[in-house]
Design a binder for this molecule. Structure first.
Ligand SMILES: C[S@@+](CC[C@H](N)C(=O)[O-])C[C@H]1O[C@@H](n2cnc3c(N)ncnc32)[C@H](O)[C@@H]1O
Length: 220
């Protein structure tokens, strides 16, 4: 890895990072180093993101970590720069993380970072979410900045186990997006979506997620 221009953590960010990553904070710092160097070189993020790599990207994504079930299978659709997939694989070594990404250059970068960090709980699959439904069945499916909720539900719901849930990182448009995704939610027999703020007590800007649980298939 080339010399890292990764930003220093502010005091508040350090407290949040220590809480979310625990003794794996050095791995998270190395991930941020990659994002700020090779990640920028590969065009995965713009150079203007460097000063806010912790707050806007890595901590924002790691805020989902406490929501993952112990030892669960988690799939991240459209991982791109490993957000949130790699942040979560670092924060939660007990979960098995599958990163799903169709673009070859991104897959190559993700695989190189997984190898460099020695993350034995993360696999990278090259493909579109709709192409890997036979290979992936997850307790939690995550996604950030992939598409509108209306399109994202049909991409992610087929990857869910019967009692699984979607945790989709969204911005301020979350409630409006839910309104336009009603049909898709019904079609995949999912429970009504809920907008939640995660990391409220530790992050300057909490993470907005849309949580959608799958309705368990009834026995009758
Ligand atoms: C804007 S990027 C966001 C990347 C990352 N999640 C983030 O927040 O930085 C969207 C990513 O979704 C991927 N993508 C688009 N359609 C997809 C699909 N049908 N299945 C899986 N990934 C997809 C793209 O290749 C791209 O890497």
């Amino acid at each position: 890895m080339s010399e890292t221009p990764a930003p220093e953590l502010t005091a508040q960010e350090r407290t949040a990072a220590e809480q979310l990553f625990g003794d794996r904070l050095p791995l998270a710092e190395r991930f941020v180093g990659h994002l700020c160097t090779t990640g920028i070189d590969h065009g995965l993020l713009g150079p203007r993101e460097v000063p806010r790599m912790w707050s806007r990207h890595v901590l924002n994504c790691a805020a989902l970590a406490p929501e993952l079930p112990e030892g669960g299978d988690v799939a991240d659709v459209g991982s791109g720069a490993g957000l949130p997939g790699l942040a979560l694989a670092i924060a939660r070594p007990d979960v098995r993380m599958t990163l799903i990404e169709p673009m070859e250059r991104r897959v190559d970068w993700l695989s190189a970072v997984v190898a460099d960090l020695g993350l034995d709980n993360a696999d990278v699959i090259r493909g579109r979410a709709e192409e890997v439904t036979d290979e992936v069945m997850a307790d939690v499916v995550t996604a950030r900045a992939v598409s509108s909720l209306k399109k994202l539900v049909p991409l992610t719901a087929p990857l869910l186990a019967d009692d699984g849930q979607l945790l989709l990182i969204k911005g301020r448009s979350a409630a409006d997006e839910i309104d336009t995704a009603v049909k898709a939610v019904r079609r995949f027999k999912l429970q009504p979506p809920a907008v939640e703020l995660l990391g409220e007590t530790i992050l300057e800007e909490p993470t907005t997620v849309v949580r959608i649980r799958r309705t368990p298939v009834s026995a009758d």
